[in-house]
Write a protein that binds this ligand. Structure first.
Ligand SMILES: Cc1ncc(COP(=O)(O)O)c(C=O)c1O
Length: 353
């Protein structure tokens, strides 16, 4: 990170282009007659609600409120249509197709590779260590020139573990490209696990979080990237002008103004996680329940694929990860409600008896 130069990482076309300037970008101040954006001035075709106006392209009130909760500056927050949008945009901002590379660390979240493929970005893969920790030495030895981004998922999907902070710091200090730390599940991990506060210390760090998990708002599609302003400005420059819709902004604001509800749900899910772990341990064919800091378990079980299919016949869907590197015969099981977890265990006991 010693020689970090953000402008040198940005694709030249992105650096040089002028962004689209929307009607709502250009107007600032007080007005009550809006004839600037070719909206329907009368109203909306819904039974109730007014959606005829374009949403705030910068999501300013929401950014201000979230910044307070996260202890960072509003200018350090990017909102996307899910964090999947932020993942896509960093390829478009930084990776010249067919030239620049990214490094991913399987087993991990599948969208990094999918977005790389869509953006014609070559992907290098270095497997995590067998205990799912970061292979820091192998990364340092095997990384290729032109690697612009390293994706670290912590807690990692599908394994559930947090990455050791010291390992992430080592990579942040060593790498002159961008280190993305995807913290989609961070609210289920112990306090102090997040790297969000570190963005002020590391200009090469981008932290991603989402409203899809702990906040219970997957249907709204709202994800965040946190980084120093210069990096956030680049994502904002290339995003769709109105990428976060009005309903999403309103409902997310409702949630952010009352974070206690999220905290209560997290507490309940964590207590269910403990219960589920105890119960899974009683199933004879379960050989390993991997430690988790997320709202799911990776579970090694005999005949995982058969169990997966039988559970589907009973109306229970889990994720079969058996074909994923280092996840031999393993299922990824989300912590459900008390009732759902009981039903799952009941069925697993019957199937494996
Ligand atoms: C690690 C990780 N990152 C990101 C996402 C996607 O989040 P979003 O719903 O905000 O696009 C997921 C969803 O499963 C995930 O597991």
């Amino acid at each position: 990170m010693k020689n970090f130069n953000l402008n040198a990482l940005i694709r030249p076309n992105v650096l040089e282009m002028a962004p689209y300037s929307s009607a709502r970008d250009e107007f600032e101040g007080e007005a009550n007659i809006f004839l600037d954006a070719n909206e329907n001035s009368i109203g909306s075709s819904t039974i109730e609600g007014d959606y005829n106006r374009y949403p705030d392209p910068r999501q300013t009130p929401l950014r201000n409120e979230l910044a307070k909760i996260k202890g960072i500056h509003p200018d350090q927050i990017f909102f996307g249509n899910g964090s999947d949008e932020a993942i896509d945009l960093i390829f478009r901002a930084f990776c010249i197709p067919k030239v620049d590379r990214v490094l991913i660390l399987p087993p991990t979240y599948g969208m990094y590779k999918v977005q790389a493929n869509i953006n014609e970005t070559p992907v290098d893969e270095i497997l995590l260590n067998s205990d799912y920790s970061l292979p820091v030495d192998r990364i340092k030895n095997e990384i290729k020139p032109n690697t612009k981004i390293i994706f670290i998922c912590s807690p990692n999907n599908p394994t559930g573990n947090l990455m050791a902070k010291a390992d992430v710091f080592e990579l942040l200090n060593w790498f002159n490209g961008i280190v993305v730390v995807d913290e989609a599940y961070i609210d289920f991990a112990p306090q102090g696990s997040s790297f969000a506060q570190e963005i002020n210390n590391y200009p090469n760090l981008m932290v991603m979080q989402t409203f899809s998990k702990a906040w219970g708002l997957a249907g709204l599609r709202l994800g965040m990237a946190y980084a120093q302003k210069q990096m956030i400005d680049i994502l904002c420059k290339i995003k769709y002008p109105y990428n976060v819709n009005l309903l999403t902004q309103e409902k997310a604001m409702e949630a952010v103004l009352n974070p206690a509800k999220k905290d209560e749900m997290v507490a309940e899910l964590l207590s269910q996680r403990t219960w589920l772990k105890q119960q899974l341990a009683t199933i004879k064919t379960v050989s390993k329940i991997y430690p988790t800091d997320a709202n799911f378990f990776l579970v090694k079980i005999d005949n995982a694929t058969e169990i997966y299919k039988t559970l589907i016949d009973k109306g229970i869907v889990v994720r079969n990860r058996s074909n994923v590197a280092l996840c031999d015969s393993s299922l990824r099981i989300t912590v459900g409600t008390e009732e759902e977890n009981k039903k799952l265990i009941e069925e697993l006991l019957l199937i494996t008896k």
